[in-house]
Design a protein around this ligand. Sequence first.
Ligand code: COA
Length: 330
Amino acid sequence: MSRARFLGTGFAVPDRVVTNDDLSALMDTSDEWIRTRTGIQERRWVREGETGAGLADQAARRALEAAGLEPGELDAIVYATSTPDHFAPGNGVYLQRLLGVGGIPSIDIRNQCSGFIYALSVADAFIRCGQFRRVLVVGAELQSTGMDVSTRGRNTAVIFADGAGAVVLGPGNDERGLLAFDLHGDGTYAEKLWVDAPGSMYHPRVSHEQIEAGRHFLDMDGKEVFRHAVARMPESVLAVLAATGQTPADLRLLVAHQANLRITEMIQRTLQLRDDQVYNNIMRYGNTTAASIPIALDECVRAGRVRAGDLVALTAFGSGFLWGSALVRW
Ligand code: COA
């Protein structure tokens, strides 16, 4: 069994920049409130007509180029998103169509902010068991189209944003690659961060009443999410390190899901990591859910903050609640 290795990374975000002042013009909020509570200074939101699969296509092509591969050399796609372009089918096949790789399997992962970690674990298992060699793993999200941009929605609208990140995984022949995973979920908290409608339990799946009540918008109990996130992510990072007999001091880099700068700062303190061991870009992109880790990872790779042989931990927490980590020898 060979370990899955990262062959290339890439990301894409919409070119429309939305600043905190832009949001203050739409709702009762301020640059000062958003910066101090979340760390976010600006984010990217799509323009009308842009799609999640379209962003994923751009990110995937950059990851393929970095890997030195053509789309036709892929064996499978694993696509994580909580915001597919349509209720069905999932976005994997739309990406497949844009990449022109019809015929290969495509799997959609619906695990929200932890989607990319779960997607990596699925791709890793396929590669380890020898079923597929080259797997494209995508985390992509269009959150802006599901935000209530009135004051009613201000606790989520200022946080969530759009973007896509992609990695190409393939079998390695040495000690480099994905070393360990730690995955968890607890449905007790499903309604603490969720989108109620449309839902197939409703007839029809979405009603005028639900729309008037805003039940099609992302709804979050921010305090509860915060409380769990700052405990679960460090625990999970320690679990993948312990599984391989290592400690936080051995990490070259921690890339945590970009949920909120205050959350990442608390994780850093709990794990006693230096500033140079932690990467944050939430200031520029907001919380892009399943896309945040692969976007941050690609920035780190291209900036030379991750080099061959470095130990890197990836960790996420979010809606479900679902959380987990991956440990990589780059
Ligand atoms: N601008 C201005 N005021 C806002 C606001 C905004 N965008 N959003 C909420 N407020 C107000 C609230 O209405 C509340 O007002 P009140 O005291 O008059 O009722 C006040 O600010 C405090 O709200 P509260 O929700 O208690 O703030 P908080 O300190 O918990 O911060 C979050 C809110 C959302 C920033 C914080 O809970 C958080 O970061 N949670 C985790 C969110 C997260 O990371 N989610 C993604 C996980 S994947």
